[in-house]
Ligand binder design. Structure first.
Ligand code: F6P
Length: 549
């Protein structure tokens, strides 16, 4: 029993029933499951907004799904979901509400935090962002020398970088092509160097994005960017025309030297990795314009409403979360691949890595005790078809179970030439072929039937039964991007709720930050850092020697 009166997850009857079911199911074969129910290919699908979600190629039966839904009920996923949407402080270790869903609420909605409706403030910031984005896009907002802004550089890291950087790539066809966008995150000076080396400071706007405005990487890069600008323009006053801040921390923004008139705020109830649709999205809004940005927020909203209202058996985030639990906790899968068949989604998996792994990579439960079950998987993947010529070998014939999400679109981007558009069917043929091959494989007899010599038969056999979810939409629009992100946000939520962990804190990133601060003087000044372990001490000495210090 937990301190909160809950039975430990792995001791609940629902968990035990799933473990028993897994044993009974044995080696579930997708060929057999489809042979027994040919209707499965359409029955195990659902639609949410513009997304068609096919989960038929999973190692599950009706019983599995029923038992998983019972687990969700027993762990009160819907209760925690409702508490989140109501603005309760479900991020208990930081004592904060979790209200990224309020960021996409319509103007007339009411969402209260401590008795105060936050929606007017959300829209006030969106309006200011729209005004500013419009002025940059039209050329009305000029730099210090009167030249129009042609380059926008977002400086941020983690949730203050990955969202806008990813979404800018995704929505490139919708962006103002006469503006250049760059995203700087790494404290490695090479990142900023490469981002600005061909830019004209007089035409460059820096957006410093940091929820806390204390993150060392961002503050360091922003300071260097400021020097780069002032070296060229030679006047402190230039900062006001070339720097804006996105933050919850007005005091630190002022300390840095950015006027709060140039600050777009958000609130502590927006977690960093859930902040992309807050002011953190300003660079994207400049790129695609306020109307497209609103379309994207409305896309998030479609899935928010679906998550709240759809019945369990047709609830996409719930089912995807439960399928993940099935593999992670009952079939020993260690990782989860996300494989988009769209070049524009090239940074989507990197974005999901923070969303999922920073949320659910935890071994301590909400009750303060160590969990006795697996929590978040390793999330990885790159766009197809590139992965097919790199690591798909291991997914097809390796010894590890790797559930995967395949994301694809019926239409290529409208602006492609006819010849490039014609390539789309080939791309999607690969997409469908891969999930088919992963699911159904190729039997030894089928291989033999092709006249393959007996000694090569085992090598050319594909066992199949590699589970995949297919997510298909007509077109990659701003709304569809919002829908996709919200789908994964809520999937991660479902899993965290079941595993009984706080998906909204991130204490695991703190120790490294503290130690980096402690080690730095040893590198720069050769300071004797007390308590340095022998390995790190030797490495520091070698580093200094290599640098000629
Ligand atoms: O990696 C830790 C973290 O706090 C993330 O959660 C966050 O997105 C990132 O650092 C950046 O933080 P900030 O926006 O405060 O600079």
């Amino acid at each position: 029993m937990n301190a909160d009166g809950r039975t430990r997850l792995h001791q609940t009857p629902e968990w035990t029933a799933l473990a028993k079911h897994r044993e009974e199911l044995g080696e579930a074969r997708l060929r057999e499951l489809f042979a027994a129910d040919p209707g499965r290919g359409t029955a195990y699908t659902l639609r949410v907004g513009d997304l068609y979600v096919d989960y038929s190629k999973h190692l599950v039966t009706d019983d599995t799904l029923r038992l998983l839904v019972e687990l969700a009920e027993a762990t009160d996923v819907s209760g925690l979901r409702d508490a989140m949407f109501r603005g309760e402080r479900i991020n208990t270790t930081e004592d904060r509400a979790v209200l990224h869903t309020a960021l996409r609420a319509p103007r007339d909605a009411v969402v209260e935090v401590d008795g105060e409706n936050v929606v007017p403030a959300v829209h006030a910031v969106l309006d200011r962002m729209a005004d500013f984005a419009g002025r940059v896009r039209s050329g009305e907002w000029t730099g210090h020398t009167g030249r129009r802004i042609r380059n926008v550089v977002n400086i941020g890291i983690g949730g203050s970088d990955l969202g806008p950087a990813m979404a800018y790539e995704v929505l490139r066809p919708y962006t103002a092509r006469d503006l250049t966008f760059r995203f700087v995150s790494n404290v490695d000076g090479a990142d900023l160097h490469e981002a600005v080396r061909d830019l004209d400071p007089a035409e460059t706007l820096f957006i410093v994005a940091s929820k806390t405005f204390t993150t060392i990487e961002t503050v360091t890069n922003a300071t260097s960017a400021r020097s780069w600008l002032l070296d060229a323009l030679g006047d402190e006053k230039a900062v006001a025309r070339h720097f804006v801040a996105l933050s919850t921390n007005a005091e630190k923004v002022t300390d840095f030297g950015i006027d709060t008139a140039n600050m777009f705020e958000f609130w502590d109830w927006v977690g960093g990795r859930y902040s992309f649709d807050s002011a953190i999205g300003l660079s994207l809004m400049i790129a695609i314009g306020p109307d497209r940005f609103r379309e994207m927020l409305d896309g998030f909203r479609i899935v928010d409403e679906h998550f709240v209202n759809a019945p369990a058996e047709a609830n996409a985030p719930l089912l995807l979360g439960l399928l993940g639990v099935w593999y992670n906790n009952f079939l020993d899968a260690q990782s989860h691949a996300v494989l988009p068949y769209s070049h524009y989604l090239s940074k989507f998996t990197a974005y999901l890595q923070q969303l999922d792994m920073e949320s659910n990579g935890k071994y301590v439960g909400r009750d303060g005790r160590e969990v006795e079950w697996q929590t978040g998987p390793v999330v990885w993947g790159t766009p197809g078809t590139n992965g097919q010529h790199a690591y798909y070998q291991l997914i097809h014939q390796g010894t590890k179970l790797i559930p995967a999400d395949f994301i694809g679109f019926a239409e290529p981007a409208a602006e492609l030439s006819d010849e490039l558009k014609a390539q789309h069917d080939l791309l999607m043929a690969n997409f469908f072929a891969q999930t088919q091959a992963l699911a159904f494989g190729k039997t030894p007899d089928e291989v033999r039937g092709e006249g393959v010599p007996e000694e090569l038969v085992p090598h050319k056999t594909f066992k199949g039964d590699h589970p995949t979810t297919t997510i298909l939409a007509r077109e990659l629009t701003p709304s569809v991007l919002g829908q996709l992100i919200a789908l994964y946000e809520h999937k991660v939520f479902v899993q965290g709720a079941i595993w009984n962990i706080d998906s909204f804190d991130q204490w695991g990133v703190e120790l490294g930050k503290v130690l980096a601060k402690r080690v730095e003087p040893a590198l720069t000044e050769g300071a004797d850092v007390p308590g340095l372990d022998p390995s790190t001490r030797a490495l520091v000495a070698t580093y200094r020697e290599l640098r000629g210090r």
